[in-house]
Ligand binder design. Sequence first.
Ligand SMILES: CC(C)(COP(=O)(O)OP(=O)(O)OC[C@H]1O[C@@H](n2cnc3c(N)ncnc32)[C@H](O)[C@@H]1OP(=O)(O)O)[C@@H](O)C(=O)NCCC(=O)NCCS
Length: 224
Amino acid sequence: MAAGTPVAPRPPLRSIPHWLWPGWRRLPGQRPRSAAQGKRVVLRDGSKVVIRQVQPADAPLLADGFARLSPQSRRMRFLARKDQLSAAELRYFTDIDHHDHEALAALDPAGGRGVGIARYVRDAGDAHAAEIAVTIVDDWQGRGLGTELLTRLSARARSEGIHRFTALVADDNRAMAGLLRNMSANLVGRNPGTVEYAVTLMPSGKSTTAPAAGPGRDRVPTPC
Ligand SMILES: CC(C)(COP(=O)(O)OP(=O)(O)OC[C@H]1O[C@@H](n2cnc3c(N)ncnc32)[C@H](O)[C@@H]1OP(=O)(O)O)[C@@H](O)C(=O)NCCC(=O)NCCS
């Protein structure tokens, strides 16, 4: 980014400023990884997933996952009606540096389709903070996968020097509010139609998250 370029007020988790569009690139020798190459995880209902870092070759996988989301899940994720992901968005969401922008994907080992994704994007104005987003395809919601992905993303973020997650959430998103409450999130802001949460990440070796205590910060209510 050229010096003097205006900095976006928050990381581009919902739309991509043109100055953030990455070039389509692939490291020499990089090959697509199959689902089998990630970490095998058993969810609380006994179903199995494979979790691994997102890579550029995952663009079709992401497009397929997005196509299987209900309109409601898309609205909750993007805070607006969203009918498709553009080629530039698919590139932005998959061609990531794993430092300022990390994303973990969950795949169904039976067939290799994507069933969930969680990402952080480091805050342009605070190197120790990052905004998160998580999406689980509707058929897989409520099995503990969102929690699993965010727990693993928290550990990755800590190892990249991030101490705090923020999340901008629709004020009627009960599921995300519950997930964040389980992570000891605090409500730190209210806007028309949205609420903002913060989660303090604990150093590795301790429990991953801690209450983001601070003056004037409320415990997370269940949005209505
Ligand atoms: C929000 C979302 C990521 C949660 O993922 P998930 O895998 O379904 O959540 P989990 O199974 O890990 O549940 C975590 C907590 O969320 C809450 N929760 C999950 N589903 C819920 C529902 N249908 N209603 C109310 N609370 C719910 C619960 O508090 C739950 O904790 P508990 O199981 O101890 O009660 C998922 O529903 C989703 O992808 N929604 C659409 C996209 C979205 O809203 N993304 C968030 C924008 S950043």
